[in-house]
Design a protein around this ligand. Structure first.
Ligand code: NAD
Ligand code: ZN
Length: 356
């Protein structure tokens, strides 16, 4: 086969109030398959109105998940075992509710429940043998594209790397922009910029084709409406931008910014959206127009970028960061072409980090 054969989300419901339809979707699922529903919900909602609106039945299992740290393989293994030992049966469905972290945890748990061993074994490309448990994604924060992508990004003992598999893709997503109302302003910006940067890296990359371009251009336009024009219906638009940005990279790849951001996240625990913004700000030689527009967006939103986060690092930690970033070969190749090693030797990566 010449092209990539992309697995898409099977069903999507969109619109303010769509979340109220989750009960019906689960009802249909329960008719097809006996068993409990397991809810994996970001614990930020524990004391919010959404907690009372969860359609949790008497036999179901509700797990509040904590995303203070980005998802680690050990946490995914722990949650999988809590689900396995609940009553010994395989659930009929999982429902993940939250931002990229909660969605990725749900995707990973889905395949871990039907495949043996630890999540560490599946970090990589197409290492999952068996389909996962039917899973539904309900994003409450938009930008990562985790609701549509085939990756569940995890920090393991050795590396930050996704479980990339067709089996992680959600069977159903519920896109309700009303769920984004409670997102704090700076978080809204940083995760939104993840989408903006996905679109830029996709469009400026060497892997781009008409399929990816179509989705990335729309994602970019929507991000401009949200972050430059301050449109009145920004949550609807941001939710669709994230969706389109996610589909775009399914056929292309992210680039230099994501490679550097992964290093920041692995060594310093800096969250993905923030790390992307810190990294993008030093990449004006590679994405000149994108970085200029990004700085306008920062100014319009009144966001202060964390500065001096790497400068104090030395020796082994910095070496590790350079190594983590340098290993992400497809990202560099997308950005710089097949000759990327010549244009981006480790010393150059080190220089870029020194500016952050
Ligand atoms: P997140 O899920 O880590 O959440 C960030 C913060 O926002 C958390 O404190 C969370 O509790 C809070 N939050 C979420 N929704 C909220 C709401 N409605 N109201 C109030 N607070 C809310 O952030 P994210 O940026 O969406 O996800 C980052 C993760 O996604 C990283 O682990 C990154 O590696 C991963 N990622 C995955 C993909 C993919 O394709 N799978 C792509 C990019 C990034
Ligand atoms: Zn990203």
């Amino acid at each position: 086969m010449t092209g990539r054969n992309i697995k898409m989300v099977a069903r999507a419901v969109f619109g303010a109030g769509a979340f109220a339809g989750l009960a019906d979707i689960l009802e249909q699922r329960r008719r097809q398959e006996a068993g409990r529903v397991v809810f994996l919900v970001d614990d930020v909602f524990h004391d919010m109105a959404l907690a009372a609106e969860l359609p949790v039945g008497p036999a179901d299992q509700l797990l509040w998940i904590n995303v203070a740290d980005e998802p680690h393989t050990a946490y995914v293994d722990h949650l999988t075992s809590a689900i396995r030992t609940f009553d010994g049966s395989t659930p009929a469905a999982l429902v993940g509710i939250g931002g990229g972290s909660a969605l990725d945890i749900t995707k990973a748990v889905s395949v871990l429940l039907t495949n043996p061993g630890s999540s560490v074994q599946y970090q990589g490309w197409d290492l999952v043998g068996e389909p996962g448990v039917y899973h539904i994604g309900v994003p409450t924060l938009s930008g990562t594209g985790a609701e549509v992508s085939r990756t569940a990004v995890l920090i393991g003992p050795e590396r930050k790397l996704g479980i990339n598999s067709d089996f992680t893709v959600f069977d159903q997503v519920v896109l309700d922009p009303g769920l984004m109302r409670t997102v704090p302003g700076d978080q809204y910006f940083f995760t939104g910029m993840d989408c903006y940067i996905h679109a830029q890296e996709s469009l400026q990359g060497t892997f781009i084709n008409a399929f990816s371009r179509a989705y990335a251009e729309k994602a970019l336009d929507l991000c401009r409406e949200v972050f430059l024009e301050r449109t009145f219906d920004r949550d609807e638009k941001m939710m669709m931008a994230s969706y389109f940005g996610g589909i775009s990279i399914a056929y292309s790849q992210v680039g230099a910014c994501h490679a550097l951001s992964y290093g920041l996240s692995f060594v310093l625990g800096i969250h993905h959206g923030v790390g992307n913004c810190i990294a993008f700000d030093v990449l004006e030689d590679y994405y000149p127009e994108g970085v200029a527009e990004f700085r306008d967006m920062l100014a319009v939103s009144g966001i202060e970028l964390p500065r001096g986060v790497v400068r104090h690092l030395e020796g082994e930690q910095l070496d590790r960061m350079v190594a983590v970033a340098g290993r992400l070969e497809p990202l560099w190749e997308n950005c710089l072409g097949p000759e990327w090693r010549r244009r981006m030797p480790p010393e150059k990566i080190r220089e870029l980090y020194a500016r952050m």
